[in-house]
Design a protein around this ligand. Sequence first.
Ligand code: FMN
Length: 340
Amino acid sequence: MIDLGVGRKISTIVISTALGHDGRGIFPYTTQRDYGDMVRAANLSDTTRISKSFTRDKRRGNFRPFRPWTWKYIQNLGEDGMLNAYDLTNRGAEVHCRQIAETMSLGIPVIPSFFPEFGKGVGPATKDVLETIAMIGRNEYSRREGGFWAIELNFSYPNTPECVADNVEAAVQCVKGVKRHYPDIAIIAKISVVHPLEFANRLREAGADILHSANTVPYDLLFSDKSPLAKVGGGGVSGGPAFEFAFEYNSRVVDFFDGPVILGCGIVDDDKLNAYFEMLQQKRPDKNWSLSVCTAALRRPEWVERKIHEHNLKLKRVCSTAEGAGDEANFPSKRIRFAE
Ligand SMILES: Cc1cc2nc3c(=O)[nH]c(=O)nc-3n(C[C@H](O)[C@H](O)[C@H](O)COP(=O)(O)O)c2cc1C
């Protein structure tokens, strides 16, 4: 579990993306019993969820939920895997910030994930992040303690015209700019296996509070044949087939970020989860880390529900009887002033 003090906690198991833009579940998955049970377990246990990423303005990607011929952009792969070239279809910050604030009003811990469009230039992309933070912050629900305190900046979406491998400098400038305006909002920087390991270090120096590694692995890095989604950039692989590659990268990247980390990509069964527990117990005995699952929540929700019961519900019981430690010096002020 990550604990930054003053109600700023991230559960040991985090659900990334798989509960949608509002963090409450994705239709039509919500009609499936196992997925519904997992969402309920997540709500009861204060399981942190990171929203699906959105952009400042409405954006049309490849996959569109109400256009069945676009469903091919999300495919299942063997070994509990997925291949997707979703490409950030979303309704824009106004809509998703309102939805996220509604989720926070229910007491559900959700962290917004925002995609800065560096194709516009670093300045305008950073301005978009600042506007988005102000939008969520203006809502009375998100101002409650434990409400809005962190934002994920997604620097790692593989299926976009902006090439993620080239965005290192832009991301560093963006983190600095956001931190200058909102020192008390924790920044979670989400990176990709295509980024150099030093990127993690640069992000930390720029002010990122938490590292999230890694996003999906580009198809071509894992397979020698042509991707079924070659026409749209090849797509990103997640779940079982991505585990080995991502685990190798993540085992190294933790040495380049001396703050809390959320690690994942490919965690779909007990063996893979335990490999992370072992690695982190060795490298991070301070226990200030969490593990993220996305594909498992879509393909094996009953397994994710069990892991939530084992790790997050147990933690909730421990925390309710003991004072959370936390490093309050990091975030001395509880009241964050948001731009009007
Ligand atoms: C269908 C689908 C959509 C995704 N959308 C996003 C997204 O909007 N933003 C993001 O940062 N990651 C996104 N991801 C990546 C996941 O959050 C996660 O980092 C990645 O799938 C690796 O973890 P996993 O193997 O547990 O799925 C998506 C993954 C899938 C399968």
